[in-house]
Design a protein around this ligand. Structure first.
Ligand SMILES: Cc1cc2nc3c(=O)[nH]c(=O)nc-3n(C[C@H](O)[C@H](O)[C@H](O)COP(=O)(O)O)c2cc1C
Length: 324
């Protein structure tokens, strides 16, 4: 891949700004026969918890219009098995490894990070904060700036590795959450995680997903993800990693233009395991056509000027996001 795509994320050198998204690329090594892992911008591994988790009852996946709904339930082998069984092979590749971490109480996150801190070969942590905090009545860390800041302060003290906080799109306003992450020590934010959704079998009048609700991902969510990435990038100074429905190089370019420094590819990998590499090649072609390095795309969205300096008000049935 050419230097047109080389970039830097929180001090980590990336060959390309296209990474894999957590939960859609297992622990990386499982894809080694299908994908040249050395060519990826980075690998974000499946979410890791302090103990192994079996996940939710089936069915766990439903193909929706232009996307998919999943409720895997964060099934994973647990952080210790990751370190002993997956990481030794994974770190033999020349690619930054980002460990996605989750928990239901701050102690869970801290325990996972303590175990990972002792392991070599991890470039950064991505904190999945789209989990209910069991100590605070199940309020999601990602929907309350105070809870998020509390968690972040503990985690920040526990590691000197870069921290990327992965935000949920299931909030009324993304800016206060993004700012809370930045103010409490995040080195970057990534967004979006999946959108809470419901698919119904009309004949049986039951949910299509065993657990009831699931998370919507894939091309269906891209326009909403782009809007959230734009809003978050306007609200913080730290880098933003954008994701949500990216399936082509032009999609990736759109996320950079909205304000992202790098992107992650998730659901597209289900129908094309090589999608992250193909998307990077397509992004490179786009950059060649436009005669820019991909870094020069970040935050270059041109907005129509509004008469006032305030965002244009939302009219009934016609939403505008114009900021001057
Ligand atoms: C099957 C599946 C499993 C996922 N597991 C995780 C996970 O363990 N941790 C996490 O932070 N995000 C997880 N995600 C969310 C994705 O990383 C990504 O944020 C989301 O799917 C939107 O990107 P996409 O439209 O490119 O898939 C998962 C998504 C899918 C489809």
């Amino acid at each position: 891949m050419s230097s047109r795509l080389a970039t830097d994320l929180c001090g980590i050198r990336l060959k390309t700004p296209v990474l894999t998204a957590s939960g859609t690329f297992a622990y990386g090594v499982e894809f080694a026969k299908l994908v040249d892992l050395n060519q990826l911008g980075g690998i974000v591994v499946k979410g890791l918890s302090r103990e192994p988790m079996d996940g939710n009852p089936p069915p766990r996946v439903w193909e929706a219009e232009a996307g998919m709904i999943n409720s895997i339930g964060l099934q994973n082998i647990g952080v210790r098995a990751f370190v002993s069984e997956k990481l030794p092979e994974l770190r033999s590749y020349d690619v930054p490894i980002i460990a996605n971490v989750f928990g239901y109480a701050p102690e869970d996150y801290l325990e996972v990070i303590r175990v990972l801190n002792d392991a070599e070969g991890i470039a950064a942590y991505e904190l999945n904060v789209s989990c209910p905090n069991t100590k605070h009545g199940g309020i999601f860390f990602s929907s309350d700036p105070c809870l998020l800041a509390e968690l972040m302060r503990d985690v920040r003290r526990a590691t000197s590795r870069p921290l990327i906080v992965k935000l949920s799109p299931n909030v009324a306003k993304i800016e206060p959450i993004a700012q809370a992450a930045e103010d409490s020590g995040a080195d970057a934010i990534s967004l979006v995680n999946t959108f809470i959704s419901l698919a119904i079998d009309a004949k049986t009048r039951t949910p299509r997903i065993g657990a009831g609700f699931g998370g919507l991902s894939g091309p269906a969510i891209k326009p909403i993800a782009l809007r959230l990435v734009y809003e978050a990038a306007q609200a913080v100074r730290i880098p933003v990693v954008g994701l949500g429905g990216i399936a082509s190089g032009v999609d990736a370019a759109e996320f950079l233009i909205a304000g992202a420094t790098a992107v992650e590819v998730g659901t597209a990998t289900f129908w094309d395991p090589q999608a992250p590499l193909r998307i990077a090649r397509e992004l490179e072609s786009f950059c060649t056509e436009e005669n820019v390095d991909s870094r020069q795309l970040t935050g270059t969205l041109k907005l129509k000027q509004s008469k006032s300096s305030a965002p244009v008000a939302i009219e009934q049935g016609e939403e505008q996001t114009t900021k001057s």
